[in-house]
Write a protein that binds this ligand. Structure first.
Ligand code: NI
Length: 223
């Protein structure tokens, strides 16, 4: 699971009715915002959680999870530029241009969540998936292509708290992934970024556009 936000407000399920991801083996958290750190604490502490569950995130979020009572043996802290292996999957942390305070909507103070990050996930068969987290476009996406050559790129397009369709299309151009999936639009916060506008922007800025997949909530994609 990446950024497991399942309920908001607590008790109101955000996943489609009847949809379940099951018990995760691995949770990756890109940053501390409530719609990303989400339900990590409750999942990691739930009785049905797999004993071997690992949570990977930046060091400061690990300290927060520890303070919330998540078992230390579940926590795999890292930082940008580093890679960790878990069950045959390699997770590399890359930068993101975003903030990362931990806290509710109207806090007296925010907890320091370190910096926002993205992940490049290398699966057992070598397929590489870049999950950008929340971010603006940044020119070092070229370096992510050069170093990791992601096959699949998941890019936020909401356009208020992250880049929108226009900026994300330039990101897709730099990343060169064959499959691009827009994320972080619509939903609870009615983020205006339109996935079809994203597809149109990609067709405008790229001579050889990648496949743009726009899954519905709960839909499974085989790659
Ligand atoms: Ni955020």
């Amino acid at each position: 699971m990446i950024d497991p936000w399942k309920e908001f407000p607590p008790g109101n399920k955000l996943f489609p009715a009847g949809f379940s991801v099951g018990a995760p083996d691995l949770i990756l958290v890109t940053h501390g915002h409530l719609d990303h750190l989400g339900d990590t604490v409750s999942i990691a502490k739930a009785p049905e959680t797999k004993p071997a569950l690992k949570v990977i995130s930046i060091f400061e979020i690990m300290i927060y999870l520890l303070s919330e009572g998540v078992l230390q043996e579940r926590l795999q802290p890292m930082n940008k530029g580093g890679s960790l292996e878990s069950d045959g999957i390699t997770v590399s942390m890359v930068t993101a241009v975003h903030s990362s305070g931990i806290g509710p909507f109207a806090p007296k103070s925010l907890t320091n969540g370190g910096e926002a990050a993205g992940f490049v996930i290398t699966l057992e068969n070598g397929t590489k998936i870049y999950h950008a987290g929340d971010t603006d476009v940044f020119s070092d996406m070229r370096l992510i292509k050069e170093i990791y050559s992601p096959d699949v790129a998941l890019l936020p397009i909401g356009g208020v708290f992250t880049m929108g369709p226009r900026e994300a299309a330039y990101g897709a151009k730099m990343l060169g992934a064959g499959i691009v999936i827009p994320m972080h639009f619509g939903g609870t916060f009615a983020l205006p970024g339109d996935p079809e506008a994203f597809r149109a922007e990609i067709n405008r800025v790229m001579e050889k556009p990648p496949r743009v997949l726009i899954p519905k909530p709960g839909e499974t994609i085989a790659i």
